[in-house]
Design a protein around this ligand. Structure first.
Ligand code: ACO
Length: 344
């Protein structure tokens, strides 16, 4: 039995904000942002758009692709939505602060009438955590067959647009994959799908990426003066060091424990936080940067959406063939980290 990725889709807001656009309002420049991060632009939602709107668009895109490419027997995306058993949505920017889960809003609008739905809060590792959670839930029960795994973010709502060291980094977007339990083998000759996942966390770094206001530690109370909107605070250097270390460790762990070499891996699809993190990891591993798929120039850091957006784009551009061994790897607030080895 294998858990296979059947289709990957995405949604990106149409409004594109370039580095030069930001430089008109902030003391920054296209040159600084490109040289320190590899980012050239980001896509930002308009007022009135919430994360479930982006997630829903990515969900329909994924289901429609699966139907159009005849990867499933259903003939409409609506019929396919009704067969979903689980919807898992990784996000740090949900529609609502406490409840309900954004995944439930997506479930309702999709008409996924029999699906259980839950959110995953693992920062930018949310998609990897979500994929493993959904795979585990499918494996737990004979009758569960299909799941939709999403990563969706509107972090533009939670950054201080006057903080030049932070606001330049993030973009909005959503990505999704349809996964299915099949009778292909998970090991040995002809193995397919999700082979193995590594998940980890280091909560001692919780302070390095944090929104302090609004949770049970520091709640809003009636009568509080209206103050600055809650924003992400980040220790960029600490996150950078953690990220490079963990990306290298995860890749090395897969190579040694799964008895594979870098030549066996067609592509590594990393979380797109900063091109310099990926370049530093490639250098430490002694592998060419081209092994990593990088699209941060156009989208910036879309947090839990970055890996499924990258998978969609790589696949649509012919960069993935069925049977390719790929590795996804990420890290994020928590601090969390993780990676999955997948036969596409
Ligand atoms: N434009 C111009 N100058 C800037 C800007 C800017 N946008 N931002 C900072 N600077 C200045 C600083 O003020 C500082 O000036 P000073 O030397 O006069 O004090 C100088 O540039 C260097 O600042 P640093 O913060 O040391 O710059 P650094 O090279 O560390 O780059 C960055 C900062 C890009 C944030 C880097 O630390 C980084 O990428 N860290 C990881 C961040 C990350 O990946 N976060 C998200 C990961 S998890 C997740 O995805 C949620």
């Amino acid at each position: 039995m294998a858990i296979e990725i059947i289709a990957a889709g995405r949604a990106v807001p149409p409004r594109r904000v370039t580095n030069n656009d930001l430089a008109e309002k902030l003391d920054t420049s296209d040159e600084w942002i490109r040289s320190h991060t590899g980012i050239g632009a980001r896509h930002i939602v308009d007022d009135g758009i919430a994360v479930s709107d982006l997630a829903l668009e990515a969900a329909w895109n994924t289901l429609t692709l699966a139907v159009e490419e005849r990867l499933v027997p259903e003939t409409t995306a609506e019929d396919l939505a009704k067969t979903l058993d689980i919807i898992v949505l990784g996000t740090s920017s949900p529609d609502y602060h406490v409840c309900p889960a954004t995944a439930c809003i997506v479930q309702d609008k999709l008409g996924a009438s029999r699906a259980g739905a839950l959110d995953i809060g693992a920062g930018c590792s949310g998609f990897i955590y979500g994929l493993e959670t959904a795979a585990g839930l499918l494996e737990l029960h004979d009758r569960r067959k299909r799941a939709l795994v999403l990563g969706a973010e509107t972090l533009s709502r939670f950054v201080d647009w006057n903080d030049r060291s932070l606001c330049i980094l993030f973009g909005d977007g959503a990505g999704a994959v349809l996964i299915e339990k099949t009778c292909a083998p998970r090991a040995g000759p002809g193995k397919r799908g999700l082979l193995r996942t590594i998940l980890g966390s280091d909560g001692s770094g919780a302070e390095y990426l944090i929104v302090r206001k609004g949770g049970s530690r520091n709640p809003y109370r009636t009568g509080d003066p209206v103050e600055k909107a809650p924003c992400i605070e980040m220790n960029g250097r600490a996150v950078y060091n953690f990220a490079v270390k963990k990306v290298v460790e995860i890749i090395e762990q897969f190579l040694s424990e799964e008895n594979i070499t870098m030549e066996d891996i067609a592509r590594i699809v990393p979380h797109q936080a900063n091109a310099r993190i990926i370049q530093a990891a490639a250098k430490r591993l002694g592998i060419p940067e081209e092994k990593f798929f990088i699209n941060i120039e156009e989208y910036a850091n879309t947090s839990s959406a970055s890996i499924p957006i990258a998978l969609h784009e790589l696949n649509r551009n012919g960069g993935l063939r069925r049977g390719d061994l790929i590795l996804i790897v990420g890290f994020g607030a928590g601090l969390t980290y993780g990676g999955s080895l997948i036969v596409w």
